[in-house]
Design a protein around this ligand. Sequence first.
Ligand code: IPM
Ligand code: MG
Length: 363
Amino acid sequence: MKIAVLPGDGIGTEIVAEAVRVLNVLDLSFEMEEAKVGGAAYEAHGHPLPEATLKLAQASDAILFGAVGDWKYDKLDRPLRPEQAILGLRKHLGLFANFRPAICYEQLVGASSLKPELIAGLDILIIRELTGDIYFGQPRGRRIATDGHFPGAEEAFDTMRYSRPEIERIAHVAFQAARKRSRKVTSVDKANVLETFQFWKDVVTEVHKEYPDIELEHMYVDNAAMQLVKAPKKFDVLFTGNMFGDILSDEASMLTGSIGMLPSASLNAKGQGLYEPSHGSAPDIAGKGVANPLATILSAAMMLRFSLQQPEAADRIESAVKSVLAAGYRTPDIWSEGTHKVGTREMGDAVVAAITGKTITKS
Ligand code: IPM
Ligand code: MG
């Protein structure tokens, strides 16, 4: 088994280093190889996703990814911006199924901006289609308008599109995931306005016929955005397209109060996967040693479970994370009065100690 380790930019290098330490104490046999990606790759090789990095990713069973991006690259041409690295990996590896759990950890209920009773026990799984929709639809570009409200004016355009097989395969993923949970799927669309999402709704309804044991509900995206802050616990599997999934997954992760805790997985049809924290590169705190490594450590656990067939090792990581939280360890993003504030490295140390069975001593 081979893992491509792509730390990327900002806090990416610090948090991935901790996840790698955790993987190393598990006593499993896999090879890890590191490569540059994002802004770091642009600096070193002139491209955010160099050929060598892509080849390594393609040749690996799994990719452990940190984060990419920094404000200093905002002025670069779009194909050279760090974000193109993650979009390129999704596209070239066909990573169409994105799993983003939004879980509220018991000890972190107070960190949410919502009232504790609304989010205590929250456990939603967002399944986002990741290789289609307006993100990848062609044509796109800039041109001079020949019609519309201002013919002759400069305009820009993108294309929202989904084919039947693209919708079918992600719908199967969502219904199958629901079977392992409480058997309820909310498919989020904008069928009242968009042809693409009327088609989405139609195809999802057809695929649902194969899953009579699963309850399916359809919801417009604007209503879903509202319900997520009004009564988030009504959702179990929230399933949607690429663009809506981007927006709703940020909303859902933030309302748990623990965006620094949330892992994610992006899988292709072969079971190869890219595993990354749900949060970004946080350039404002990069290099300070204060970033929360737990989302990345938990992403490594998802990797062991989904791509490397090591469920026991995944359990060990997840229990270790729970025990360090129970012991009061907190990075600044989740710190509250009465808990023990630690940095990135110390949090990694605590998880390693919990796995290896050494006692954790608070300094
Ligand atoms: C995400 C990010 C990416 C996206 C960016 C970095 C391209 O926001 O993974 O949600 O829009 O998909
Ligand atoms: Mg996003």
